[in-house]
Design a protein around this ligand. Sequence first.
Ligand code: ATP
Ligand code: MG
Length: 357
Amino acid sequence: MFSFGKKEEKTEIKKKPLTNTLGIDLGTLNTVVAKPSGDKFDLYKIPSVVAVKKDDPSYVLAVGDEAKLMLGRTPEDIIAVRPLRKGVIESIAQAKALLNYSLEKGAGESMENIERIVIGIPGDASEVEKNAVEEIGKKAGASYVLVISEGLAAAIGAGLPIAEASGTMVIDIGAGSSDIVVISLGGITDIETIRWGGDDIDDNIVEKVKEDYEVEIGLHEAEKAKIEVGMVKSDSDVEVSKTSVIGKCMKTNKPKEVEIDSNMVAEAAEPIIVKLVESLSHVLERLSPELISGVYKQTVVVGGTSQLKGLKERIFEEVGIPVAISEDPMTVVAKGAAIVAAEPRALEPEVRLKAMK
Ligand SMILES: Nc1ncnc2c1ncn2[C@@H]1O[C@H](COP(=O)(O)OP(=O)(O)OP(=O)(O)O)[C@@H](O)[C@H]1O
Ligand SMILES: [Mg+2]
């Protein structure tokens, strides 16, 4: 495992704990809030789900865990939906409810004391989306709201030396989208976003189970099996394991138990992995020779889907880069955002240039 990061940066944060700042990762599946607390972070994970009135989807009835429980089980006049799809905000009203709720969770009783909020959103988000997110943060009462690319936040959260000229790369494989971001001198020099991620693997597992066993399983079961036995195809020896799930037999309508093994998940993941490798190849094609050695030495993979076994090996086989898988793949974006919130000047050009000296 590589050891990333500059100790001085971390020490500075330790020396100057700022409790009146929040970092937020507004994700398709999970919204994560990081609040600096001493030299650590208090972390809050909120499912990105809201329950709304069917005939008025901007009327929000429940958010987060409470709304998640309603998914697929709601009475007729209520629906539980995700405000983001494939990393994109589908409904501003719903995203607003989610963000407000997340801010309340993170700030607790002390929202009025929160001065600065930094929110990570997908790299290719539109101006309208960026402005909407910024607006929500401001309405919640923070005097300083900054919206930054999740890729940049992930790099900071993972402790990559973003201010250096040598270059680093982050691959963020989430639920609805995946980003490949090249960073040098504190800024993004290249980015490629694909609207594919772990959600698509779940969909493919459902389809495969239908084809192989004529059994319909729920997305939730598919995701659970993926997390338990998930793997991607590679030449290396990854231990194959299996699990079983209950679905509905398409012929008899009776419950039926079926087996899902790592190979089935690898098959289901393959189209997403192929797209990711394609995008990685495009980024490498464009990468300047000045940045290649930094990227070779310091590429980190984040996002929940990065935890599929064999991924690190497969990426090396395909593009020759020995990546490190983040140890906290689902919280680095929020942590990185919180670090920027505590020290916004980290992103300013003068500071980056100073860091080079
Ligand atoms: N151990 C695991 N193995 C494989 N996949 C996992 C594992 N744990 C979580 N996941 C998957 O990771 C995804 C969630 O990751 P993450 O929280 O990074 O996404 P997100 O930030 O909400 O989405 P996005 O970045 O696309 O908006 C889901 O598809 C989930 O099923
Ligand atoms: Mg994400």
